[in-house]
Design a protein around this ligand. Sequence first.
Ligand code: CTP
Length: 406
Amino acid sequence: MLTGKNILLGVSGGIAAYKMANVASMLTKLHADVHVMMTRNATHFIPPQTFEVLTKNKVYLDTFDEAPDDAVHVPHISLGTGADCILIAPATANVIGKIANGIADDMLTTTVLPARCPILVCPSMNVYMLENPIVQDNIGKLKRFGYQIIEPDEGYLACGYEGKGKLPKEEELVERILLACACEKDLSGKHVVVSAGPTEEPLDPIRVITNHSSGKMGYALAKAAAYRGAKVTLVSGPTALEKPIGVERVDIHTAEEMYQAVTSAAETADIVVMAAAVADYTPATVADQKIKKKEGDLSIPLKRTKDILLSLGQNKRQGQFICGFSMETENLLENSSAKLSKKNADMICANSLTQEGAGYQVDTNILTLITKDGTEQLPMMSKLEAAHRIFDKILSLQTPRETEEA
Ligand code: CTP
């Protein structure tokens, strides 16, 4: 995902510096060209050689470390201007203070100055140091100048205190870099609403009617849209998945709650993708108390839920793109094409439950994209790749709002 990207890691002297070896390794596995700049104090916690082995690049501590033949390239300028993203983590109070005040007295602080790319700063220190108004003022100043601050986690700190100041998990730091620079921001300025996961229809205080949806396809769509710069609202039924970073998640349980949440978010949406497996029926009544078993069988009267996609299609605003999913066990194309016209959708992504590598629970999907202009069969691919192909298609079909308004 980071092929061809130059990522700079600025490591300053906090105990969490050792965790950055894992970050460097994860980024290298994503095919980034990773360069590390360390402060002298950081070398007390992790040797530069660790990063050099992991990244295959020289680690710079000081601008005067530049080798004589580097004079042509001037690394603190070429690294800074050539970077696609810089992450400073852990960022100590000292480094934050220097950058906020334009002090450039080592390789890290000097390289940041000419950079034009997104710069992410993750403060990591003792909770009282972090709360210090001077440190807070410096962090505020960085924010005002467009630096992205990654909030530190709360927990047990190495100094023995409990509180805010921990470096977040390595996966989160990598995710922030992906958000900042993995994709072209071709959904920037757009509001994308995605529904995901199953719904749960209660029978009594203990039981629900639900389905096997894992939410993986919807979460991949939300993530892809966020990578591409969209403002994303993810309306999610109960799943075991973590909220994607950079996405606003609205948690719901029932089909009615999903209807309310999606309809409300759709008021400002440019694109709505209904990837959720919404229950078509819900128990006609919900028992206040647990339904006790009796002799003989039990029938449960069900009533229809609202068809959210149909309602979105009927109330579509000009320029709004409505995309549905279709899960079938037979007559995939015929049944899915019927949903396109019946629900006034702009696209239906059809997947068959009978094909291996498609459907619920798995990490891959095999989709057919159906629009009024025809069908496009996609091969088996990861759900994240499939999500990107869906947005590629939507962008190729969507009439820019500005053109319509002109
Ligand atoms: N959908 C919806 N509201 C419902 C049911 C489904 O918005 N009450 C949406 C799904 O999120 C999906 C699309 O409609 O995007 C198609 O869902 P699917 O379950 O495949 O089909 P149904 O419309 O339920 O039709 P059928 O039961 O006949 O297959």
